[in-house]
Structure formats: structure tokens, C-alpha cells
Design a protein around this ligand. Sequence first.
Ligand code: GDP
Ligand code: MG
Length: 437
Amino acid sequence: NLSDKLDKALHLLKGHGKITEVNVAETLKEVRRALLDADVNFKIAKEFTVRVKEKAIGQDVLTTLNPGQLMVKLVKDELTDLMGGETAGVNLTGNPTVILMAGLQGSGKTTFSGKLANFLKTKKAKQVLLVGADVYRPAAINQLQVVGEQIGVEVYAELENKNPVEIAKNAIAHAKANGKNTVIIDTAGRLAIDEALMTEISNIHKAVNPQETLFVVDSMTGQDAVNTAKAFNDLLNFDGVVLTKLDGDTRGGAALTIKSVVNKPIKFIGTGEKMEAIDVFYPDRMADRILGMGDVVSLVERAQEQFDEEEARKLQKKIAKNQFGFDDFLSQIQQIKKMGNMKDLVGMIPGAGKALKDVDIDDDAFKGIEAIINSMTPLERTEPKTINASRKKRIAKGSGTSITEVNQLLKQFFQMSKMMKMMQGGGAKKMMQMMGG
Ligand code: GDP
Ligand code: MG
């Protein structure tokens, strides 16, 4: 993928003590090839390398002590600029604020509508109304209702009405009458751009005059994503882009090209199917991620949001008093699971992304562990030392695992407790601060 290729290209320079004009040119050629392979538009990739080269010459890469690092920085800065430089917010000043979703079928509109509703509700204390204006498939409205239920946000739908323009207008009236200050309209999509779809979304757009029209696009679709973006932008002059499915393998290509083709900022990214898998888009962090440095800041931020601070303090006390038991262990696992897809999180750790790329880490990894802990009695959880051979047998049976697995978990647990005790003071505190602030 793009990260690997850029890494390789830049490695050409990293290793060398002496840099010549020739190997700077070589390196940039590789960078350009990596960009092209990642579906970055030809013209953009070319201009990109020209700009980096100009800067490199201006900064005298050839004579600096650490030219490799300087090149990485120049490439990173250029990537950041290409993706818009600054983070762009959403305009929430309407009364109510109307946010319209547009995009092809399967791009992730319905999922993202839910994620955004949840985000605005929890982060910005907004009263949100979700609107189902995808009238073609009964399942579409149902999908939105399931999402709404999950996040505790009302969903407005009219099952008998097949006119999305009317539904959207009625929904806004409903929002006004019911004290909702934010309306998110989920619309229908087609598999490809066609006349009927474009007319429909354009009519809804005209009728509701949204503060924010967000174009939702699947980042895995590469160059197609860019073409679709252009067509939608010509029609709607949208305000921002949402890049979904960035948890997949294809990272970067679409993100790098869209901004310069439609000249609209990427505002959010989707990184998984869960409602929490939404991030504000930061061009510089994305550049880091593309360069394989890992998006550590996002990772820590997400961990902080999910990890209850009170919980963290309690845990710290328990560790200090040597009272850490299996119940705490279980709640740790649940906290980790709440943070989202494991692979996604691991991918954000610098270096780990590559090392663990082929290792299958998923939520199921915890299933056996949870089953074992759930089969323990409360006493066994707080005093694991009381678990003897016959109890192990019973726990294995109750959890559908084997005695070996139970033994393994106990061993891990005792090792962990020992380590926690040892780390008490500096290390443990630091770890907890990272997790819980
Ligand atoms: P819509 O047709 O535009 O409304 O798309 P949906 O919201 O129904 O999403 C299509 C599929 O993509 C569903 O299976 C979603 O679960 C999935 N999906 C949406 N966003 C993401 C994401 O950020 N990451 C991953 N992995 N899957 C996503
Ligand atoms: Mg949908």
C-alpha cells in the first residue's frame, strides 16, 4: 500500500550519509510512483514531487546533517497541504441546522448519519433528528431506525410517503415543533451516477437549503471516488467530504486527490462499522498515517474518550492495594472493545501497523477470556488464588473451554498482576494517564 511504498522510497535517503542530487531525484520518482499506485491523479502526483523538490533545494537538503529526515518532513508537509492543511469544522448555526447527506449507494451515508448524530449529540450537546429520505427500499428506513435506537436519537420517517422532498420538509417542521436544533437527512443512492438520482438529490437540496451538504464517499473506490465527487460537486456545490471505510487497506489515494479536484475540505472520516468509529479529519495526522508513522494522537484521544476517568482512578487504587481481580480484568477488556476495531487501533501504533499487518486481531480474541471469567464465582474473581484443580475443571466446562486455556489465562493474569505491582509509581501512573487523562 501507499504507506509501505512511500516508506521504501524515503528509505532510499534515510540510510545514506551522503545525498546527491541524483538520489533525491530517484527518491522523488519513487514517491511519485507510490502516489500513482495509490490512485492519486497523475497531474497532482507530478506537481506534488515538483513542489517537494523545489522546497528541498531551497532548504539545502543536500548539505544538511540529516537529509533523510528533512525529506520525510518535506513530503509530510506537502501531503498535509494537499489534503487541505487545516481542519475544517461543520457549520452548526442554523435554526435548526440542516445537514444533508449525498453519495452513491453503499458509500456509507446511513451509517455515517448515525455516527454524526451520535457525535453531535454527545460532543456538541445538540438535539438531533435523523431523517429517513431513502424511500426506495423499506430496509433503508429500518436500518436508520435501528441506528437511531442504538444511539438514542429520534428518527423521522413516513413509511407511506414516496416523496423525499416532502418528507425532508415535513421533518424540518417536525424538528422545529419538537425542540430539535439539528436535522440530519439521510438520502437514497444509486450504484452509479444517474439522471434520476441526481435530480432527486438536487431537488431535496433546493427544498431544504442545508447549512451543510456532506458528500459521503467510500475511500476504497480510488479514482472512481474522485470522479463521483466531481459530479456531485458540480451539481450541489457541497460543503465537505466524508471519507468512509478508512479502516480498510486502501488508505490515502482518495484523501490525497479529492481536496485538490473539488477544492472542498474533507471534514470527517469513518473508520469502522460501529457508531463510535468517526473521527474529525486532521490533514497532518492523515499525512503521518500515510507515511506509516501512526496516528498516535488520534489513538490516545480515542482511548481517553472511551476510558472513564473515574474508572481509571479506581483501578489505580486497586492496583496500589493489590486488589486487582478478574472483574477489573473483564471491565478492562470491555473498555478496549468499546474503543472500536482492534486492528484499526493497532494500525495506529507506530511500527505496529506493519509488524502486525497479517496477524488477525479481532474482537473475537476476547471471547474465550470473557467466557472463562464469566464462569467464575464472585469469590474466584476477587481471589483468583483460590482457584484449585477441581474449580478449574468446572470453569472450563462452564465456559466451553479447556483446562489448558483456563490455566493460561490464570498464568497471564498472575503475571500481569505482578507486573502492575512492579510498575507501581512511575510506570503505572504514566500508563493510566495515557488511558484516562
Ligand atoms: P449507504 O448505502 O450509503 O447508506 O451505505 P451504508 O451506511 O448502508 O453502508 C454500506 C456498508 O458499509 C454497510 O455494511 C456499513 O456497515 C459499511 N460501512 C459504512 N461505513 C463504514 C466504515 O467506515 N468502515 C467499514 N469497515 N464499513 C463501513
Ligand atoms: Mg443508506
